[in-house]
Design a protein around this ligand. Structure first.
Ligand SMILES: [Zn+2]
Length: 224
């Protein structure tokens, strides 16, 4: 159910979408939460890794999309705090609706009917802010508030959907799933320039890399 990617980092393969669990210096941190029906699998994975539901203190979201925020409800009535990029935070909180004027926004508007705002505290993150050992890098394009999280001490990056893995390499978020593909390309290049090197790289979709993550990302930036 969960697969270790290195010391203190586990990968959830939730059939088509990824989430991750990190013991971040003693603070248990979940990164993304899968689809609305993935709550039981998230909790089973926690137990498999030696933890319990109540041990999760932080939930870092890479972005607002049903397949990444759907499982949040499984952590209601715990002490977990949700962190998400500022431009997506109001969508997660249900304070506004996704815009119909953008093809991706319209898709989000339809799927938002399936996801209720979680009864959990939500902390908006700006570019460069840190949560535990993770730095949030604003990587817009797939969604306006998309962030990727990089921890130098864990040598791990949770990239979200700015990229996806297929055939052993990273690819940029495709047009039909993105608000703005120019922003996607800029975000990938900027992340390569700004983030420290990392071994483990977990994309939102596809198979994570246990080694050479930042090199794989740099390879993609060179192909853009
Ligand atoms: Zn996704």
């Amino acid at each position: 159910m969960v697969q270790s990617l290195g010391d203190d980092v586990w990968w959830y393969d939730l059939t088509g979408v990824n989430a991750a669990l990190v013991d971040d210096g003693g603070t248990l941190t979940l990164i993304d939460t899968g689809m609305p029906w993935h709550g039981d699998r998230l909790i089973a994975g926690l137990i498999e890794a030696g933890f319990e539901r109540r041990d999760v203190e932080r939930i870092l979201l890479t972005h607002y999309d049903m397949d990444h925020v759907g499982g949040l409800s499984a952590f209601e009535r715990t002490d977990a705090t949700v962190y998400v990029g500022a431009a997506d935070a109001t969508l997660v909180a249900g304070d506004r609706s996704p815009p119909l004027g953008n093809h991706k926004g319209a898709f989000q508007r339809l799927s938002s009917a399936l996801v209720d705002p979680p009864e959990l505290p939500i902390e908006p993150l700006s570019d460069g802010e840190t949560v535990g050992s993770f730095t949030a890098y604003h990587t817009p394009g797939h969604t306006p508030g998309h962030v990727s999280y990089v921890s130098e001490s864990l040598s791990a990056a949770l990239l979200g959907d700015v990229v996806r893995e297929k055939g052993g390499q990273f690819h940029p978020s495709p047009w039909y799933l993105s608000y703005d593909t120019c922003d996607v390309r800029r975000s990938i290049t900027s992340l390569v320039e700004r983030a420290p090197p990392f071994e483990i790289a977990v994309p939102g979709h596809g198979t994570p890399f246990e080694r050479g993550g930042s090199d794989r990302l740099a390879d993609l930036a060179a192909r853009l």
